[in-house]
Design a protein around this ligand. Structure first.
Ligand code: AMP
Ligand code: ZN
Ligand code: FE
Ligand code: FE
Length: 284
């Protein structure tokens, strides 16, 4: 059994890369991929830890992209997984750095916008909480801590959300760009948790077809938010549009304690090793 969707303290998970590797080993997983949001930072620690534990570790990442459709101004956020069994190419690392820079610049602007509402949040505070991945949830947490709002939700509703007063847009890559960069660097791209597209029936199918046309390799059929019916449906979509399937728990540690590494929610995630064989075959 394997788990190809795992978060660590390098993004918003609560378990360190080493702790994740040890847990994977102790529950008898054969391979995992750490797929932190927009960063490979976990790998510095995870690579030697996996080697020591004798666990296969596949380089991975979960990128936030915007699905831009003709005639629509608002892009929908879509999470795209990228897998690099042979490690990510230097140009891909460079591209990820650009995305992190865009995040940093948005955060600086957001500090400025909030100051206009007499809300004092500094970049130092934000970075202390979120490091490379610092984002709006960290701003929200600080706003609660400092007494500007009662709850995280209030911070989003009043200030940080797309309709909030202090909203600053972040330049996210488009889904098509994400797919292209992963492919051009020899990786395999997979649509993360397709159920969160929030579409059903033919509308969902149209989106998946569109993505396959963009050159996307795979779709995440196994995921902690998927019922057995979802799983079957995404397997069917994969066959129909010539995609391979991937899967994982989307483990976040104590952030989502009901989701377990390797097995998801109440054992609803069981990813067979052959998924990884196909993935390796696709990667160049
Ligand atoms: P960022 O990448 O910094 O723009 O932050 C995006 C994250 O903010 C998302 O992954 C969500 O966790 C959170 N988020 C976005 N909109 C809302 C909202 N309306 N309410 C609560 N959390 C939100
Ligand atoms: Zn996450
Ligand atoms: Fe995700
Ligand atoms: Fe995830």
């Amino acid at each position: 059994m394997i788990d190809l969707h795992v978060h660590t303290t390098a993004s918003d998970g609560t378990a360190t890369p080493t702790a994740v590797i040890q847990e994977a080993r102790s529950i008898g997983l054969d391979a995992i991929s750490i797929t932190d949001h927009d960063t490979f930072d976990a790998y510095e620690e995870a690579v030697p830890a996996a080697r020591e534990a004798g666990l296969q570790l596949i380089w991975g990442i979960e990128i936030s992209t915007k699905l831009v459709q003709p005639g629509k101004t608002f892009g929908k956020t879509v999470h795209l997984l990228g897998y690099f069994p042979k490690g990510p190419a230097p140009e891909f690392l460079e591209w990820i750095k650009e995305q992190q820079q865009a995040r940093h610049e948005r955060n600086v602007q957001l500090c400025g916008r909030l100051r206009q509402f007499d809300i004092d949040i500094t970049m130092d505070e934000v970075k202390a909480l979120g490091r490379n991945m610092a984002g709006r949830p960290h701003f929200a947490k600080l706003m609660v801590q400092k007494g500007y709002v009662e709850t995280i939700q209030e911070a989003f509703d009043k200030y940080l959300d797309e309709r909030g007063q202090a909203y600053v847009e972040k330049h996210d890559p488009t889904l098509a760009e994400g797919i292209r960069h992963i492919r051009d660097s020899g990786g395999v791209s997979s649509l993360a948790h397709p159920v969160r597209l929030n579409k059903v029936g033919t509308q969902e199918e149209d989106l998946i077809r569109q993505m396959a046309k963009m050159g996307m390799h795979a779709i995440e059929a196994y995921h902690c938010d998927h019922t057995e019916r979802h799983q079957e449906r995404y397997q069917l979509m994969a066959r129909r549009y010539d995609l391979t399937v991937t899967g994982g728990s989307d483990y976040h540690g104590d952030l989502k304690p009901e989701v377990k590494l390797g097995t998801g929610r109440n054992n609803n995630v069981v990813v067979p090793n052959k998924v990884l064989d196909r993935l390796r075959a696709l990667a160049r």
